[in-house]
Design a protein around this ligand. Structure first.
Ligand code: HEM
Length: 239
């Protein structure tokens, strides 16, 4: 198709349409919402897996071994790569959206009450996001890479002793504090995020939108309870 024909018909090549969408603020919002939903999924799945600690060493260590041997070991790396891409996109488009919003609001003197409120919400998300990122880096060094607390030897079946590793870690007070603080910021980020998530996806419904917000808060609080339940139960109650 010649350039002239394209202009007459008003049709853009599909790749250009995708690039324009990704560059637009609507596109950035949709990407934030979709990657945010995927991260919600990860956090729920991770918690469900971790809660097996309450069933004792065997199920948890077997679960850890299963994750490590997915697709003969390649599966875990595929999941890790996908997770990294999702996290990086979420951060990149979050920063881009914040810059776009700031530019759209104009100079400080002209800001309305509504735009100041939006600014406070964006600041809350940015601060909680940065702390969660720091928590994840700490967490990776703690349990996956090593170097923060001493990791136990393999269990009697030659598997990573995930149970003992987590148990020993959460007998240390400052580590419990780091996890509780990390989870508190995660709760704030998840609950604030869901408020804008449905808006960004263009899902408005007089009944469903408020109901989904309440469900998001309830799920966020359940994730928080489960995630802090593990370190607190181990620290205070397990012998
Ligand atoms: C008390 C709460 C948590 C516990 C007990 C826990 C436990 C663990 C353990 C034991 C591992 C290592 C698995 C292995 O290599 O065998 C792990 C990995 C990981 N955790 Fe958590 N976790 C918790 C909360 C979180 C949260 C809130 C996030 C994210 C916001 C998170 C993100 C990750 C990531 C990204 C990995 C690396 C997965 C991989 O590539 O191997 N965790 N966690």
């Amino acid at each position: 198709m010649s350039e002239g024909e394209r202009v007459v018909r008003g049709a853009k090549p599909p790749l250009e349409v995708v690039i324009d969408f990704v560059r637009s603020s609507v596109g950035a919002k949709v990407i934030m919402a979709v990657t945010g939903l995927a991260l919600w999924g990860f956090v729920i799945g991770h918690l469900v897996g971790n809660l097996q600690i309450f069933q004792g060493p065997e199920p948890l260590n077997a679960y850890g071994e299963m994750l490590h041997s997915l697709g003969h070991g390649a599966g875990l790396w595929v999941v890790r790569a996908a997770l990294l891409a999702i996290v990086l996109s979420h951060i990149f488009f979050g920063l881009r959206l914040a810059a776009m919003n700031r530019a759209a609001r104009g100079p400080v003197g002209y800001r309305t009450k509504q735009s100041l409120r939006t600014n406070t919400a964006a600041m809350t998300m940015a601060v909680s996001g940065i702390v969660i990122l720091a928590f994840i880096v700490f967490h990776l060094f703690h349990f996956t890479i090593g170097g923060i607390t001493e990791l136990p030897p393999l269990d009697e079946k030659g598997r990573t002793d995930v149970f003992l590793m987590v148990f020993q870690a959460f007998k240390t007070p400052w580590i419990v504090v780091v996890y509780v603080v990390g989870q508190t910021l995660l709760l704030s980020h998840l609950t604030h995020g869901t408020v804008s998530l449905w808006q960004s996806l263009g899902l408005h419904h007089p009944v469903w939108t408020p109901a989904l917000r309440v469900a998001g808060r309830a799920l966020g609080v359940s994730i928080f309870a489960g995630n802090i339940g593990i370190p607190l139960a181990i620290f205070f109650f397990w012998k």
